[in-house]
Design a protein around this ligand. Structure first.
Ligand code: S3P
Length: 451
């Protein structure tokens, strides 16, 4: 949904131990893909555990606009009657992707090789984000795009009537770009090849295989090379969406910094292309264990147990790990504020073009709360002084960014004075049950009076 309701100022304050079970919602990346791939099959795809955050609801509506029947059966159970590869209808109105870069970029890919025209828009955050990274490779299929200056939304795409298969090396580590090219490749004849120099989340590849596409992956000198044979008949599937490790990060990190905490987060997707945060936290001395490791729906899953960790230390996070934890740097910077010494995060330029410039947003808010932060174009350093040493007390701006809002609220749970965010509304895009879930664990998060 574009536009945004009234701001929802929120406050988090120090609390007793966080304890109990944190049932976090379904994975956002997999939820978007389940709806889009479901719409590209003939027959009924059923989905359980779908994330019902606004980002995913916007993708569901978009798939309806392109002609699929998408039905909410309640309790995270959904079905999609797809239109088949190449079967998208031309939408009547503007496709509103709200706050979601994943939604808009993947959908652009899916329609780019079909002979239809669609106009995309979003909220102020999404309309400020770069889209040339997807429209450049989509042009190679024969798709034309016209947007605002700098390749920004709103933007109209005229899909290719006679798409050509493409060979493309992704210039930035981006699963969204990779996935857009693969989805466009579905309706192009012959083989579309995508090469990524650094491995990014591989849900699209795994799911395409599950839906019956011919897709191979091999490591080459150039990088990870993915070859997709176009124009397959995708087979409708049942998809069980694992719980989102990027959402689990919030109760896990809160437990590490709130004295006495012991939290279990069951059924978390631990795909290695997503799990970098947990490796990093352990290197910092976090008391974090994986229990009951198993495979569900083709994805590795485990129950995560996080306990208060009084002796966290700052570390250097290897740049090679950045893609596997790209969404988790904001909340990592909060944990780093409670660790002793410097946490150096390098190779993270992509953080500057997320829902907000996440380095700038976190650096400003952390400094306002008494935490020392230095930053450069693709790096930042948080210097922590250990537990009990974070002053807090500031109002932080969330910049229409769900992960920034949640990160500062986690900071407030262990800081010496309450921390406020100017707008917690964006949390609903990815983690609509954040407030009640954290309250059940014992957190003290409230909407400011008058809201
Ligand atoms: C996503 C990919 C990442 C990530 C985003 C979800 C996806 O973006 O930040 O939240 O589902 O493909 P990039 O691929 O642009 O790095």
């Amino acid at each position: 949904m574009s536009g945004h309701g009234h701001p929802i100022p929120m406050t988090a304050q120090a609390c007793g131990p966080l304890t109990g079970i944190a049932d976090v919602p379904g994975d956002k990346s997999i939820s978007h893909r389940a709806l889009i791939l479901g719409a590209m099959c003939v027959g009924e795809t059923t989905i359980t555990g779908l994330l019902e955050g606004q980002d995913v609801l916007d993708t569901a509506q978009a798939m309806r606009d392109f002609g699929a029947q998408v039905v909410d059966h309640g309790g995270g159970s959904w079905s999609v009657h797809g239109v088949g590869v190449g079967g998208f209808m031309e939408p009547n109105g503007v496709i509103d992707c709200g706050n979601s870069g994943t939604g808009v970029r993947l959908i652009m890919g899916a329609m780019a090789s079909q002979p239809i025209t669609a106009t995309f828009s979003g909220d102020a955050s999404l309309n400020g984000r770069p889209m040339a990274r997807v429209t450049d490779p989509l042009a190679l299929f024969g798709c034309q795009a016209v947007g605002r200056a700098g390749g920004r939304l709103p933007m109209t795409l005229v899909g290719a009537a006679d798409p050509l298969p493409v060979r493309y090396t992704v210039p930035v580590p981006s699963a969204q770009v990779k996935s857009a090219v693969l989805l466009a490749g579905l309706n192009a004849p012959g083989q579309t090849v995508v090469i990524e120099k650094e491995a990014t989340r591989d849900h699209t590849e795994r799911m395409l295989e599950g839906f019956g596409a011919e897709i191979t992956v091999r490591d080459t000198k150039e990088g990870r090379e993915i070859t997709l044979t176009g124009q397959p008949e995708l087979r409708a599937q049942h998809i069980e969406v694992p719980r989102d490790p990027s959402s689990a990060a919030f109760p896990v990190c809160a437990a590490l910094i709130v004295p006495g905490s012991d939290v279990l987060v069951p059924g978390i997707g631990l795909n290695p292309t997503r799990a970098g945060l947990f490796t990093t936290l352990r290197e910092m001395g976090a008391d974090l264990s994986f229990e009951n490791e198993r495979t569900e729906g083709g994805e590795p899953v485990a129950d995560l147990r996080a306990r208060f960790s009084p002796d966290l230390i700052g570390i250097e996070v290897p740049p090679a790990r950045a893609a596997s934890m790209i969404d988790e740097y904001p909340v990592l910077s909060v944990v780093a504020a409670f660790a002793k010494g410097q946490t150096l995060m390098r190779g993270v330029k992509e953080l500057r073009v997320k829902e907000s410039d996440r380095i700038e947003a976190m650096a400003k808010g952390l400094r306002a709360n008494g935490v020392a932060v230095e930053d450069g174009p693709d790096w930042w350093i948080v210097t922590g002084a250990g537990h009990g040493q974070v002053a807090g007390g500031a109002v932080c701006e969330s910049h229409l960014d769900h992960r920034i809002a949640m990160s500062f609220l986690i900071l407030g749970m262990a800081a010496n004075a309450p921390v406020q965010v100017d707008d917690g509304g964006p949390i609903a895009t990815s983690f609509p049950i954040f407030e009640p879930l954290m309250a059940i664990l014992g957190a003290r998060v409230s909407r400011n009076s008058g809201q």
